[in-house]
Each structure stands twice: as structure tokens, then as C-alpha cells.
Design a protein. Sequence first.
Length: 186
Amino acid sequence: ALIGSNGSGKSTLLRALAGIYPLASGTLQVVGRIGTLLDISLGFETESTGRENIYYRGMAMGYSRRQIAKVEEEIVEFVDLGEFIDLPMRTYSAGMFVRLGFAVSTQFSPDILLVDEVFGAGDAAFARRALDRMARIVENSGIFVLVTHDLSLVRSFCGRVVWIERGVVRRDGPPDRTKRTRRGAA
């Protein structure tokens, strides 16, 4: 987990890991297929349907139409949007965007999943499904990097916490040690 106050550099670091932001100095090596949940609208075309956007986002992640077609119905079932899946995404709520983005980004079990505080939207049933899916990704030896202010998520999924303040790592270690050192840092 990456924790720290707003503006501390957590999301910037996550975007550098994803290859979105260039490095000003130093080197960064990422080995494996990356799945990201950094911006819920990234890779979505709001005038297209949710179903069409499954393909757009999947292809942006490097998957072929054939690979996406094999899992399309699983994604549709997971997001549980009913008739909205065939409506333009401009009609979607923020929670619906999160559902669809999460489902596509995690369907293929990436080697590395980068998540930037996306669980504020969506209902309780979807949140449970999302947490179950994240647990499976973590169990399957994947790397999960989470930017959050939610210490219960940190305790549930993260064995290591990096506390960042003004772009500088202040503490790096197990969740309990990092939490005790800086109350409210998350």
C-alpha cells in the first residue's frame, strides 16, 4: 500500500509504475503485465455502450478481440449493470464507471495490479465481489499496489506499506508498524 496525505506523491508514484509519467531521474523496471485502475474514465468512450467499451479498454490493455470475446459475458455478469451495459456510458453514474473499469482491468488477472483509491463508488454487493476478486489476484502471486486512505483495505490486502510525505518515503514496512508510527497518515 502507498499511504500519505493528499498531495504526498502516492498517485504520481503509481502512474510512474504504470509507465504513464516519465521519470525525471533514476530508473524503474517493471516485469509483468500491468493492470491499472487509476482513472475510471481512462480508455472509455462515453458515447459508446458499456459492452463496446469492454472491447475498447481490453484492447487498450493489449488484449485481442478474440481474447475479450471469450470473457465478455463474464465481465457483463460481474458488473451487473442490467440494461445499462447496452446504453451509452454517458448515462452511467460514477459507480457504474468504477464497476466496468474494475471488471475489465482485473478480468485477465494481471501480474501487477495498480489501484488508486477507486472503492468509494459502488454498492455493497459490488464492493464484496471486487474485494473477493482482488483477494484472488493477490493469492495468485500477483503484485497488488494500492493507494488508499482506507486502513482496513491495507490490513486486508497489503503486507507492506510505504508512507510517502512530499514525495519522500518516510516509512516502509509491515502495516501495523507503519500505522503506529504515523497515526492518520493513511
